[in-house]
Design a protein around this ligand. Structure first.
Ligand code: GNR
Ligand code: NI
Length: 173
């Protein structure tokens, strides 16, 4: 297992649109294990491959406090959504900032599991919000994109200022 480095806004690699996964193989399963380790140790409730500089359509989540409900979604597609919910969101790629974002309260999502089998799941509340947040990452989109330009620029400035005083390797520790 290995803990991976999480890219931070405004890193341009967070804007890359992820590619469809063509083969669910052992190499991908190793990446999945590393993503869980990275997410749990952060700690976070979700992680998209984009955030660890792998531009494949893959995300992991576990929104439980006791980490008892891990999900792996490969090539996820939302096939149904309804309702509206507003959540104070944070992001491991935008550390230290939390803002309200409006999303669908309920979704149905179709995806491949870690064995490459097609699955469909229904999600409500925080799990639904988290899956939508991660699917945005796969499109190169961040929660700060839903904020005003002024707010986004203020966050960007502060993060860049902090990143200047840190070597890239220090982030990985
Ligand atoms: O850890 C995370 N918490 C969170 C809280 C509210 C809405 C979304 C999230 S996802 C975030 C981890 C992350 O950055 N995933 O991309
Ligand atoms: Ni995020």
């Amino acid at each position: 297992m290995a803990k991976l480095t999480i890219l931070e806004f405004p890193d341009p690699r967070l804007r890359i649109r992820a590619q469809t996964v063509e083969s669910v193989d052992d190499e991908l399963r190793t990446l999945i294990e590393d993503m869980f380790e990275t997410m749990y140790s952060a700690p976070g409730i979700g992680l998209a491959a984009t955030q660890v500089d792998v531009h494949k359509r893959l995300l992991v989540t576990d929104v439980t406090a006791d980490r008892s409900d891990p999900h792996v979604l490969i090539n996820p597609v939302i096939v149904e959504k309804d309702g509206v919910t507003v959540t104070e969101e944070g992001c491991l790629s935008v550390p230290g900032y939390f803002e309200e974002v409006k999303r669908a309260e309920h979704i149905r999502v179709r995806y491949l599991d870690r064995n490459g089998d097609e699955q469909e799941m229904e999600a409500h509340g925080l799990l639904a919000v988290c899956i939508q947040h991660e699917m945005d990452h796969l499109e190169g989109k961040l929660f700060v994109d839903y904020l005003s330009e002024a707010k986004r620029m203020r966050i960007r400035k502060k993060l860049v200022k902090g990143q200047r005083h840190r070597s890239p390797d220090a982030v990985a520790l």
